[in-house]
Design a protein around this ligand. Sequence first.
Ligand code: ADP
Length: 274
Amino acid sequence: PPAPRAVVAPCASPSGSGPVAPPAIELRGVVKRFGANTVLDGLDFSVAKGDRVTLIGPSGSGKTTILRLLMTLEESDAGLILVDGDPYTHEMKGRRRVALSERRRSLVRKRVGMVFQQFNLFPNMTVLENIVEAPVHVLGISKEQAVHRAKELLDQVGLGDKADARCTQLSGGQQQRVAIARALAMDPEILLLDEVTSALDPELVADVLGVLREVAETTDITMLIVTHEMQFARDVSNRVLMFDHGRIVEEADPETMFSAPREERTQEFLKAVL
Ligand code: ADP
């Protein structure tokens, strides 16, 4: 049977007649292959502005691939990705799919931030240098302004006293909080979170999730989250998508998904992980 499509209608304007806001993220018929392995086979879905969407599903179902496509770390083989209604890496010219120029690509790319499982901090830099690097060199913000903002963000993630520490001197949980501050320093519209607690010792997980929960409560950043922390998914997201073999098997609000999933495949998966 065809996979159920999970397409959320864009929000109508308050007057009900004005222009309709495009989704923050939209995938249209996205195909991704690794050699003979077709991981995503014409995937459609969209994430409304300000939504917090968690992708769950078994290992190998394509969740990380979606984030990596959105991070431009992978190239799709067909289909389109739109960010805020704008083409992201490719656009259609007539019936042909054409890659965007580097310049156009990097403009849209700035709207999307990501936090990785393995933190990916620059090891030879201090905490502060890690955070100000991209705002200064990519956004062209003054050094002084970037340092000011970085210090605010470090306070926010509970590391106000670590600005001059080397990243290698920090615990995994602290490094991950630096990575969150670094992503936020770019003022992203969209934040992608890829298994951000998987590399952490259990006692460090709560701090990182607490910081992210606060980000969710205090900003309107659209979030797309891949996690095995079902409690976190429940607390933070307003929509959960269950993936299997690169397809959306089920889509629901967290309460329904975790307490009364409809599909057998979801029930099996949740029984194994909860
Ligand atoms: P998930 O995040 O749900 O665990 P992934 O997106 O990581 O799933 O992987 C989906 C599929 O794509 C798997 O079959 C995986 O082996 C394959 N895959 C992912 N990245 C690569 C890669 N760089 N090269 C080859 N195969 C890959």
